[in-house]
Ligand binder design. Sequence first.
Ligand code: ATP
Ligand code: MG
Length: 155
Amino acid sequence: VQVELEAFCKNLIDEIQGLCKEKQQIHLQYGGNTEVWLDKQLLRNILFNLLSNGIKYSDAGKNIVLKIKAEAGSVEMEVIDEGIGIPEKDHPNVFDRFFRAHNAGATQGTGLGLNIVKDYVTLMGGNVTFSSETGKGTTFFVRLPNVMPAQVKMD
Ligand code: ATP
Ligand code: MG
């Protein structure tokens, strides 16, 4: 269905803000079309997992940015944090089911979130990558196709 993406993101951020630590906020930087063709449930799960990771793996006072560029054809999203980062040797395993990085420490998690993100993004015909440096932060990049689904003809 067609989604009012900017409003959708604002609502989701309002909900997730409750998970934030002291002096930690999620900022939305939105550009491009306001309406896109995306599956709301899948999108919600993807953004929830990435934003909650951003919160969980950052200290109090460190903000998270959700950057979106919505264009005809595709939507590009970035979830940027200034958190603990992912050690380089763990990079190849980050999307594996039940995997938790060596610096995850005492944070609680099952290691399923990013596996689900990868599945959903793939299902939607998009792709997900990341760049991360220990002690500096992490950015996840998601690109999803924004195309009107083909009309089904019944005859
Ligand atoms: P959950 O199933 O509750 O999401 P989780 O957060 O541990 O558990 P994933 O979201 O799949 O699992 O992430 C896998 C691992 O990757 C995490 O345990 C953590 O070590 C690392 N990780 C993911 N996102 C970040 C991030 N933004 N910053 C630092 N490390 C991260
Ligand atoms: Mg997670």
